[in-house]
Design a protein around this ligand. Structure first.
Ligand SMILES: Nc1ncnc2c1ncn2[C@@H]1O[C@H](COP(=O)(O)OP(=O)(O)OP(=O)(O)O)[C@@H](O)[C@H]1O
Length: 594
């Protein structure tokens, strides 16, 4: 497809063939909400299933399903209430809202306008003479404001209990960590996955299902002890990747780095081995489900671009119509989330890590008797003593210094270790409580679906006519097989076709049974929705005393092969799973002239 046309052709096909379309059309539609039709819902569900199989089942990770609405304190702790903002500029003329950073990026060479401050963004808009994409009015002089992307609601009647629709599925996993860690028997590392809806009140939703206000994420939160846990890179070190590191993006002649996961981790291009591990298995997964690897890269975030919780971040990006779209994000979230919930929430977000050998340590033990602290602390004495005790537990070495500094609700108090009455006791410790760090691969399911459709969309010529088809991988194709009686007025053919359709459905296939129109038109209909194989029941296969035979047609090449009905289900099972190639089926059977 030529550049610029791909998305338009895709959206047209998606609507006509029941992949997806803007929702609530009867009421004028509402920006940023899409309904998946029968083909789209099946494709999306197959992508989710493939993700679940790779990132939950194959990895031995756990899966949970948490609510999509959570109370306000969760998002106070997570930082989303304060920090989950985009830059908004409103047109004074038509009142249309725009994302300031996107407007700037679309109209300049700047790729990281997100990193600008609000004032800088406003200056840039003026400098570039940007106009409102809706009405053409000048935007210079308009202020740029930050806009929080969370949808708010009230839980129960009244407004005393505000809640928010989750902007990422991840918080549902972090908040439930105290329960899940028990389930995982407190053994790090372990991973928890969740596939579900997330909601963001995007300032300007666009590119159909690429930027919507309600979308599906598939997230994995992998909990590790950064001091003890190392990933096993042996399975991914040879995976070849195209990387676009932050340093290259900032260099004048910034270039891609073609390397392997093993080398990228060794050379420090990917600064964290766990991120390297996940980039490796992700690249293979995307390739398996049909993302075109010539239109795929990993791009590292620039420092100012990273989310409030992220210490290092890479995006998986796919190219559609010449634009790079983020389809998954990989963040090293450190202990940010669990520490915050530990601080704000009323539960234990740490894990007890046993030492290899018990350790003998000297611990400062604070005397809780306030009198010994001296009169200078007055009414604060009880708080000071409590803070000293906490410090003694968390950082006993602090008492080696002459004085210790305490934080009493934001007020700093310095205590001379001579007057802080503590004694040093020798204790044997079996382990320590640590707050696990989190490595997070976060996938956008809708953007994956969009990429698969865009990368699969092809046109060629068949019998002198243009044909458009989706070369979707058999593992995700929404319809697995088409079944057609060559003609609909011969009972014998119709009965056998019915019987085959029933057997295939019983074997777990999504079957499209079609007996209307010419066989060519029936093939075209299936080609357009990406059905990889079609079975046709014809008279040739019913002749003689031998086994009945039917033809299987392969979508992309249009080649056909005649196979015995008794072998059909097994053959298609192999073809769908990719364990049997169409070439092998042709070799074992009789190729048919198309
Ligand atoms: N509005 C949206 N519509 C559809 N998918 C989304 C949307 N926002 C995020 N996603 C998906 O969720 C994944 C993880 O979310 P993350 O918070 O990393 O996105 P993001 O960096 O905020 O995305 P963007 O910069 O495009 O707004 C993204 O890689 C993307 O695939």
């Amino acid at each position: 497809m030529s550049e610029g046309n791909e998305a338009a052709a895709l959206v047209e096909l998606a609507k006509r063939r029941g992949f997806f379309f803007g929702s609530s059309g009867a009421y004028g539609g509402v920006g940023g909400f899409y309904t998946y039709g029968p083909q789209g819902a099946a494709l999306k569900s197959n992508v989710e299933e493939a993700w679940r199989d790779r990132f939950a089942v194959q990895e031995g990770n756990l899966e949970i399903e948490a609510p999509t609405i959570m109370p306000e304190p969760v998002f106070e702790a997570s930082g989303h209430l304060d920090g989950f903002d985009d830059m908004l500029v409103e047109c004074a003329e038509c009142s249309e809202s725009h994302r300031a950073d996107h407007l700037i990026e679309d109209n300049s060479d700047l790729e990281d306008a997100e990193t600008l401050s609000l004032e800088e963004a406003a200056e840039k808009i003026a400098e570039l003479d940007l106009v409102c994409p809706n009405c053409g009015a000048e935007l210079a002089g308009q202020s740029v404001e930050s806009f929080n992307l969370m949808f708010s609601t009230n839980i129960g009647p009244g407004s005393s209990s505000p809640g928010y629709l989750r902007p990422e599925t991840a918080q549902g996993i972090f908040v439930e960590f105290p329960r899940i860690k028990e389930y995982a028997r407190n053994q790090l590392p372990f991973g928890v996955t969740q596939i579900g809806r997330a909601y963001r009140n995007e300032i300007s939703p666009r590119k159909s299902i690429v930027r919507t206000r309600e979308f599906t994420q598939a997230e994995l939160e992998h909990f590790i002890d950064p001091e003890r846990d190392e990933p096993d890179l042996s399975g991914v070190e040879d995976v070849e990747v195209l990387l676009y590191p932050a340093t290259e993006q900032q260099a004048d002649d910034g270039d891609y780095v073609e390397t392997t996961i093993g080398e990228a981790v060794e050379d420090g291009i990917i600064g964290n081995a766990w991120l390297g591990y996940f980039l490796g298995i992700t690249q293979e997964w995307y390739e398996n489900i049909g993302v075109d690897m010539d239109r795929f890269r990993f791009r590292q975030h620039l420092a100012g671009e990273r989310a409030h919780y992220s210490a290092d971040c890479w995006d998986a990006e796919s190219e559609v119509d010449g634009d790079w779209i983020e389809i998954a994000g990989f963040s090293y979230r450190s202990d940010y989330d669990l520490s915050k919930h530990g601080e704000y929430g009323d539960d234990d977000f740490t894990v007890f890590q046993q030492y290899d050998e018990p350790k003998t340590v000297e611990r400062a033990v604070v005397d809780p008797d306030m009198a010994t602290l001296g009169p200078e602390f007055g009414a604060q004495a009880a708080d000071v003593a409590e803070a000293l005790e906490t410090l003694a537990e968390r950082d006993p070495d602090a008492f080696d210094a002459d004085e210790v500094t305490l934080d009493l609700d934001g007020e700093e108090v310095t205590v001379d270790t001579d007057v802080a009455n503590f004694s040093v006791e020798t204790q044997t410790e079996a382990g320590e409580h640590i707050t696990p760090h989190v490595v997070e691969p976060s996938f956008g399911v809708d953007r994956t679906v969009y990429t698969l459709l865009a990368h699969a969309y092809e046109t060629d010529e068949v019998d002198g006519e243009e044909r458009s088809f989706l070369s979707l991988s058999p593992t995700v194709a929404p319809t697995n097989v088409g079944v057609f009686p060559l003609v609909s007025n011969v009972d014998e053919l119709v009965d056998l076709a019915d019987d085959i359709a029933e057997k295939l459905r019983a074997a777990g296939f999504a079957v499209a049974y079609d007996d209307s129109g010419s066989i060519g038109r029936r093939y075209r209909r299936q080609d357009e929705v990406g059905t990889p194989f079609c079975v046709t029941v014809d008279r040739d296969g019913m002749e003689g005393d031998g086994p009945n035979t039917v033809t299987i047609r392969e979508r992309d090449s249009g080649r056909q092969v005649r196979v015995a009905v008794s072998d059909l289900v097994d053959t298609l099972v192999g073809l769908r799973a990719g364990t049997v190639s169409f070439d092998a089926v042709v070799e074992d059977n009789e190729a048919v002239e198309a």
